[in-house]
Design a protein around this ligand. Structure first.
Ligand code: GLA
Length: 331
């Protein structure tokens, strides 16, 4: 008996997405088969970030992103675009003039405009949702002191959304962040920011909760409260980068994922998906940050070489208890 497909199980709830590298979409890889079988939404793990799209000023490289779009179209998948503005994985030239001196506010605003306009025009009509800005709030709940913030001031955020709206009026425009799942100063800060922007008429359609989580954090009832809080602003909510780490601390020694550990993880996944199902009215997409444990970024973060097993498929592409658990709660 074949494994039930994740996307079919959740068709009455929300889209199920996955972050990929073009390499894993090649024929002959087990990754490719799993991605096409179980998911109806896709996002580039890296290749649509500013350093990949525009490594040199004025030189746009869309080839790798285009491979993801082609795969998505062939398999009737929706695409999330990630990400237009971020303090990481953005080339240094963005903030410097020819002599290595910091650019002016005007120059940086022009560069933002060129980057967003060119990127979104290239992908117009092919990307349903864009993460316009990523991680603009600090862990302490302040505005993140990125170069964008320091050179332009807080209005870089609304400017980015307005340009994005102009570039592709039909794309849904999102603000995305981590560490906002539970009740904390960071959640309060992003809530206040988005509320103020919406009151000014800034075109924001939704908020992405990354959900790089573990067995303990967040408390799921706090996550429910978060979803309601954001939804009350009239926003769509998406879970954009889901994985459930085996670790709660970066000092913990390496864990071998035995049966017991994987069953425990499956229960955590099932409880999370039970909640997400109950909140389907507000949630439009749940995206996993990777297809299988062999290629998860958490193998090397926050502790290099420690390994982790946060996803639905193991290092050989076999379905883990977590997949069975989230499908079975539907049946
Ligand atoms: C953040 C970013 C993602 C990705 C992950 C780590 O959450 O939004 O693009 O870089 O970190 O892989």
């Amino acid at each position: 008996m074949g494994q039930q497909q994740l996307k079919d199980s959740y068709k009455d709830y929300f889209k199920c997405g996955v972050a990929v590298a073009p390499l894993h979409l090649q024929e002959g890889k087990f990754h490719q088969n799993l991605i096409a079988t179980h998911f109806n939404s896709i996002v580039a793990e890296n290749v649509m970030k500013p350093e990949k799209i525009q490594p040199v000023e004025g030189t746009f490289t869309f080839e790798e992103g285009d491979k993801i779009i082609a795969f998505a179209q062939m398999h009737h998948m929706s695409v999330r675009g990630h990400t237009l503005l971020w303090h990481q994985q953005t080339p240094e030239w963005m903030f410097e003039d020819g002599e290595g001196k910091q650019v002016s506010r005007e120059q940086l605003l022009n560069r933002i405009r060129t980057h967003i306009m060119t990127t979104m025009t290239h992908y117009k009509g092919q990307i349903e949702v864009w993460d316009v800005v990523n991680e603009v709030i600090s862990d302490e709940g302040e505005y993140r002191e990125s170069k964008y913030f320091k050179i332009i001031g807080l209005d870089y955020i609304e400017t980015a959304f307005k340009i994005a709206k102009e570039a592709d009026p039909n794309a849904k425009l999102f603000i995305n962040d981590y560490g906002i799942e539970g009740n904390c100063p960071k959640r309060t800060a992003i809530y206040k920011l988005v509320k103020a922007l919406l009151e000014k008429g800034v075109p924001i359609d939704g908020i992405g909760i990354q959900c790089h989580i573990n067995e303990v954090v967040p408390d799921l009832e706090e996550l429910r409260e978060t979803i309601h809080l954001f939804a009350a602003l009239g926003l769509e909510v998406q879970i954009t980068e889901l994985d459930i780490s085996l670790y709660t601390d970066k000092e913990q020694p390496s864990i071998q994922p035995n049966r017991e550990i994987l069953e425990k993880q499956a229960i955590r996944y099932a409880n999370l998906f039970q909640l997400l199902r109950e909140e389907k009215e507000y949630i439009t997409n749940v995206t996993f940050w990777g297809i299988s444990d062999d290629i998860s970024w958490l193998n090397n973060f926050p502790t290099k070489g420690r390994g982790d097993a946060p996803l639905l498929f193991d290092t050989l592409g076999q379905a883990k208890p977590a997949l069975k658990a989230i499908i079975e709660i539907i049946e």
